[in-house]
Ligand binder design. Structure first.
Ligand SMILES: [Mn+2]
Length: 305
């Protein structure tokens, strides 16, 4: 936390915003909640999560470094129209290795983001309580209940973790489609299965996109999401997944999203999301060796106690 920035613009951890071209981390605000069939308010989450990043310490207590001493961040203009999501990373640097994190918004944004980031098949690590494999939902093919279906249609493999709610046709698709790997939430109660999940994630290679539906977490950790579901993973298994993917696999991370959060009065949900966003940035930074690079990051430009 620092006391030097008192303006009204939205920043990550109140740090100076650099250009998209020069940034190591690009944070995309996708304020789209148009397809939510449960509670409303996901479109407000990106700004609220970023505001709560001000409450986070710069130092990462797990990885034992201060990521933003070494990295620059760009918080992009917010997007309010569904059709504009596909072009949201068009100004990105083609030469520099960057982390693209999108804050949703509902889960319908994910297939638009993968269209924005890649033009060939990859693996999508899909953390979610719901299978999201419907062909259409309430007449909408771009619904928050259809993203996994859309990702498969784009040619991607989908690696699901935490699933605990589905329609019968979705269950059949999971059993039959060779491009789906699925670890059901109930199975994760076994430590051996949790280890198997982490080993499978660590063995991922090539391009990988990480989509985190915040309802994958137990509602005690993240009570406010579009469609809460009993059961769910805990915070530490979430960070174990980040460790397996970012530090233990050889995967090239093409992008990450966090979706379906709805800001609430107690702030528990958005504080959890802010912390998890920080962990994503920290683990990615470590995977790129930023912890040993020179200290010219955004944090060096602020006075703090
Ligand atoms: Mn979902």
């Amino acid at each position: 936390m620092n006391e030097t920035n008192n303006n009204n613009t939205i920043e990550y951890q109140e740090l100076p915003n650099t250009s998209m071209q020069d940034a190591d981390i690009v944070i995309n605000r996708v304020c789209w909640g148009g397809s939510v069939s449960g509670k409303v308010g996901t479109e407000d989450a990106p700004d609220v999560i970023l505001i709560e990043t001000e409450q986070m310490e710069y130092y990462d207590e797990d990885l034992e470094y201060s990521p933003m001493k070494h990295m620059q961040v760009h918080v992009a203009e917010s997007i309010h129209e569904f059709d504009k999501i596909k072009t949201s990373f068009s100004a990105r640097s083609r030469d520099k290795k960057q982390l693209f994190v999108s804050l949703g918004g509902d889960h319908s944004i994910t297939p638009q983001l993968t269209l924005a980031l890649v033009d060939k098949p990859m693996t999508v690590l899909f953390l979610d309580a719901h299978a999201d494999l419907r062909r259409s939902y309430l007449g909408d093919v771009n619904s928050h209940a259809t993203p996994a279906f859309q990702l498969l249609k784009q040619g991607h493999k989908v690696f699901m973790v935490g699933i605990r709610s589905m329609f019968e046709t979705e269950a059949l698709r999971i059993k039959e489609d060779k491009n789906i790997t699925c670890f059901m939430d109930r199975a994760l109660r076994s430590e051996a299965v949790r280890e198997e999940v982490l080993e499978s994630i660590a063995s991922l290679e090539g391009d990988v996109y990480l989509s985190i539906d915040m309802d994958v977490f137990n509602p005690a950790y993240v009570p406010s999401v579009g469609t809460p579901q009993a059961g769910g993973i805990d915070y530490y298994f979430g960070t174990d997944i980040l460790e397996a993917l970012f530090l233990n696999s050889s995967a090239n991370i093409v992008g990450v999203d966090m979706v379906e959060l709805i800001p609430e009065e107690s702030k528990v949900s958005q504080l959890f999301a802010a912390k998890f966003l920080q962990k994503i940035i920290s683990y990615w930074g470590k995977s790129q060796g930023f912890d040993t690079k020179e200290q010219t990051g955004a944090q060096m430009q602020v006075k703090y106690e």
